[in-house]
Design a protein. Structure first.
Length: 380
């Protein structure tokens, strides 16, 4: 029988070092420009897809937050425990302890007196899932961010921007608790100012994620300034985006003072174009924050403006040479605004049922996303 043996390496001279073996697949110097560019493109797409997934989770957070508000579940958990509060009550004793804390709140004393433990669990779970989803978003964001940074998939500037988004997420959690605290003192309602700030911050985080992802997927070329005829179109698109932001803020105030429960007629407000109660409070500026008629009128006014400006944008875009992405984005914005206005009318006429109210809040995110996509596409 013959024994096959591998050749032995030659003996090294004293004082010499063994040469390191580099795998060609790991040696970037062995890769050509095309291969390096392809690898960087894959990394960029991976970061963009991760950001879009995080934005989708924020969208879900906004919807769940809407259901939590509409089911009056937001004050069911009276403590802010970012770590310990990850686990819900697991035993009957823990449920009794949690329920006992809720029975000390003004909401229980003034609104839900006599509520059973089973009924309490119904509102507890919505608030619990809302907070749990916030924790999940934090983990889904920070863990991949650390990995992308450690493996140098992102540069320093992008890493700092993403870290800033993470800080905004932490502030959002703190703002959420700051909002809840306002309903645990005397009035069993949270401050509508804090609620609007909480909602607006969620949209800001969503915008930062989406805009950064779009920038990675469609990097701007300095030499590509776009058609001069598209400049007025870009201005109009930014005005529309600002109007959508206005709708988000006024929608927060509508939700905060429950103005959707009043003036449940359309297109008139209880028979009036402008309700006579619109400036009934003194001083006058309080009407824009505390008066149901004024707050709802402001929100309706924004909807009417969008109903005019978005079709105008679409018609003007047909006369300008645009990229396919810009045309698709404008069409999606048109469709999203039409769906949102229809949902808003239905929600108002039915006095804000949970399903319609949550859908209206969710589609607001889609309208905002479409407006941002239009602006990004028109900048090419």
């Amino acid at each position: 029988m013959f024994e096959c043996t591998a050749p032995r390496p030659a003996a090294r001279a004293p004082g010499t070092k063994e040469a390191k073996i580099h795998s060609p697949s790991l040696d970037r110097s062995a890769l050509g420009p095309a291969q390096l560019a392809a690898g960087e493109a894959r990394s960029t797409r991976a970061v963009a897809v991760w950001l879009l997934a995080c934005a989708a989770l924020v969208f879900a957070m906004v919807v769940v937050g809407g259901v939590t508000r509409l089911t009056h579940s937001g004050l069911s958990i009276v403590e802010w425990q970012p770590i310990v509060g990850t686990l819900p009550p697991l035993t009957d004793a823990q449920w009794q302890e949690t329920f006992a804390k809720y029975r000390e709140t003004p909401e229980y004393r003034l609104v839900n007196r006599g509520m059973s433990l089973e009924a309490f669990k119904g509102i507890f779970w919505w608030e619990y899932f809302h907070r749990l989803l916030g924790r999940v978003i934090g983990l889904v964001f920070i863990v991949p961010l650390a990995w992308f940074a450690l493996t140098r998939r992102i540069d320093r500037a992008l890493a700092l921007r993403l870290l800033g988004i993470f800080v905004l997420g932490g502030l959002q959690g703190a703002m959420g608790w700051y909002m809840v605290k306002s309903g645990l003192v005397d009035d069993p309602r949270v401050s509508h100012f804090r609620l609007t700030a909480h909602l607006s911050l969620a949209f800001l985080i969503f915008a930062a994620m989406l805009w950064t992802a779009l920038g990675l997927l469609y990097p701007r070329r300095p030499e590509a300034r776009g058609a001069a005829a598209a400049v007025p179109l870009r201005r109009l698109a930014w005005w529309i985006t600002g109007l959508v932001a206005w709708m988000i803020v006024t929608g927060g105030f509508v939700a905060g003072i429950r103005a959707g429960k009043a003036y449940n007629t359309f297109p008139l407000m209880n028979g009036h174009v402008v309700p006579p109660e619109i400036l009934m409070l003194e001083p006058w500026w309080k009407n824009f924050f505390y008066n149901m008629a004024t707050v709802q009128f402001d929100h309706r006014l924004g909807a009417w403006a969008l109903a005019f400006l978005v079709p105008w944008l679409w018609l003007r875009a047909r006369r300008v040479a645009l990229t396919p992405r810009a045309r698709v984005s404008i069409a999606l914005l048109f469709a999203a605004v039409a769906a949102q206005i229809a949902l808003g009318i239905a929600t108002l006429l039915h006095a804000v049922p949970v399903a319609l109210g949550a859908a209206h809040q969710g589609v607001a995110v889609l309208v905002f996303a479409a407006a941002l996509a239009v602006n990004h596409a028109l900048a090419d």
